[in-house]
Design a protein around this ligand. Structure first.
Ligand code: PLP
Length: 532
């Protein structure tokens, strides 16, 4: 049985499969139709026993069974069940509301969309409004102007038509100009692939890079489980490198070198390095000097650098600043001939949090024309990404400017959200740090805190008796007692023998006191129950 980093010290690939087996049988794997018909066709003999469900393994490929996605996993399924229970029988649980702190989905928790973005989207989707006199009163002048500009870039002004597989050229021009304004280095619209959020872009790169389990990708631990899931789905090997919790989740190049060497000694061809900056679930923002060392490492070792930069707008501390890896590489004098670099961006995060609109892009640089052709082929198999998401990606990279009618309201909305996120991060960090046995690094960026819990031996034994990872045990108890939903650290990977959970900073500010007081009361009673 192979030990899995993602499952923590005690998990094995076999346990992963068993967990998924149970769930899949409960959900959708009905017997084939002829079995169901056969079982009800006999009138004079007693009905035969119900047919066995088709065996799971021949139906589902092993990579599908191996793949796990904790942010929508067991705890969240339990939370949804409790929510139903609360609805059916109010007052039946020790809390009156489920408080979701499990996923980076800001608008599901009451964050409002940015007005300018939505005005432009509405006008593009129903251009007939643009000709009505009332439009001038209902929409800002710059959103009307922007909608016309965008519609003029779309062939036939048809947002309901497929586009070029890389995305509408005019929108890519706008995004390239936005990248150039951000970095101070040119960006080529032909390097951009517009996608339905960053996730499909990541999957596309995995499809490109992974041919067998001998192909590996260096991934941070802890990591966002999109990477472990996607590597598992495509049958590759995750080569872990550990972030250093003691130094605020530092990314040490010496650790990258060590893990690369070890993977190569096992016959793994390491193809790429994944870096998430700002980090999920860890919230650190990399220093530019550190990024330079990472770029140098990738260049020296011939690794593709997969830079997940979806939290680039989410930086909360004045001493840190986001620098794109492309800017860092270009400022070192490295161009297309030196480094293969893919940067992922999304409309789901930042201050806009438009997760449901499914927009994003990847900027692909340094690959040969032949490889680029293959990436284009992969994109074209999906035809194109959705057009509203494409428009939104262009707006995010080119928001209103000083002098535009919307500029002031746009800035006020953006600053209000980012400042509030910074306050929420600090309040939650302080609350975690005040609890017995919990340490917590600062959320310098992104949308999460990842506190470490030093669980008493008795609690670990109780978890083992319940055949549960200790952090899952803690999170389940927390949910059942308080309605607060957090994700166990084992879903992201952690140093074996350490236990964490991830808590988003996204609940609205008026909910934070309730979260803090419920968590504090629960934690005290949990520790009292299990103190050694
Ligand atoms: C680090 C990171 N990358 C990528 C994604 C994928 O986001 P989306 O597909 O919504 O763009 C997420 C979502 O939470 C994330 O946290």
């Amino acid at each position: 049985m192979r030990r899995s980093v993602i499952g923590g010290a005690k998990r094995t690939t076999t346990t992963t499969c068993l967990f998924l087996l149970n769930h899949a049988h409960h959900r959708s794997l009905l017997p084939p139709l002829h079995h169901r018909l056969d079982s009800s066709s006999s009138c004079d003999s007693p009905p035969p026993p119900p047919p066995l469900l088709p065996p799971l393994l021949p139906t589902c490929r092993t990579p599908v069974l191996k793949c796990e996605y904790a942010v929508r996993g067991e705890i969240v399924i339990l939370a949804q069940r409790l929510q139903e229970e609360l609805k059916a029988k109010p007052g039946s649980l020790p809390f009156d509301e489920i408080l979701y702190c499990n996923i980076g989905n800001p608008q599901s928790l009451g964050q409002l969309p940015i007005t300018f973005f939505r005005e432009v989207l509405a006008l593009c989707d129903h251009p007939a409004i643009l000709d009505k006199a009332e439009a001038q009163g209902l929409f800002s002048a710059d959103s009307i102007k922007r909608a016309w500009q965008i519609l003029d870039q779309i062939p036939g002004r048809a947002t309901g038509a497929y586009s070029h597989s890389q995305g509408i050229k005019g929108l890519r021009d706008t995004i390239a100009a936005g990248i150039e304004a951000r970095d101070g280095f040119p960006a080529n619209p032909n390097d951009l692939f517009l996608t339905d959020g960053a996730s499909p872009a990541v999957h596309m790169m995995m499809q490109l890079l992974i041919g067998s389990e001998k192909d590996g990708l260096l991934c941070p631990i802890p990591q966002y489980p999109l990477y472990s899931a996607s590597i598992a789905l495509h049958g590759g090997s995750l080569v872990p490198y550990y972030l250093d919790e003691e130094t605020g989740w530092g990314l040490e190049v010496s650790e990258l070198k060590k893990q690369l060497k070890e993977a190569r000694s096992k016959g793994i061809t390491v193809k790429a390095l994944v870096v998430i900056n700002p980090g999920n679930p860890t919230g650190q923002v990399l220093a530019e000097e550190n990024q330079r060392a990472i770029v140098e490492f990738c260049k020296q070792e011939g690794l593709v650098l997969l830079a997940d930069e979806v939290y680039q707008e989410n930086v909360y501390v004045p001493e840190k600043k986001f620098h794109s890896f492309k800017k860092v590489a270009r400022s070192m004098g490295y161009g297309d001939n030196d480094l293969c670099l893919v940067s992922f961006q999304s409309v789901s995060k930042g201050y806009h949090g438009e997760c449901g609109k499914r927009g994003g892009y990847m900027e692909v640089t340094g690959f040969s024309p032949e490889v680029r052709e293959q990436i284009y082929k992969l994109a074209s198999v999906n035809l194109c990404s959705n057009i509203s998401g494409q428009i939104l990606a262009s707006l995010v990279m080119s928001p209103p400017k000083v002098g535009d009618e919307s500029y002031e309201s746009y800035s006020a909305e953006k600053d209000g959200i980012l400042k509030s996120l910074a306050r929420r991060a600090k309040t939650l960090e302080d609350a975690f740090k005040s609890l017995e046995g919990i340490t917590c690094n600062k959320a310098e960026g992104a949308m999460y805190l990842f506190p470490r819990i030093k669980l008493p031996e008795k609690a670990i034994k109780a978890a083992e008796a319940a055949k549960t990872a200790p952090d899952l045990f803690y999170c389940r108890r927390l949910l059942n007692a308080t309605g607060v939903v957090v994700v166990p650290g084992s879903g992201f990977g952690q140093v074996p023998g350490t236990w964490h959970f991830r808590c988003t900073i996204l609940p609205q500010e008026d909910k934070i006191p309730a979260i803090v007081s419920r968590l504090t009361a629960f934690h005290k009673s949990f520790m009292d129950e299990y103190r050694n």
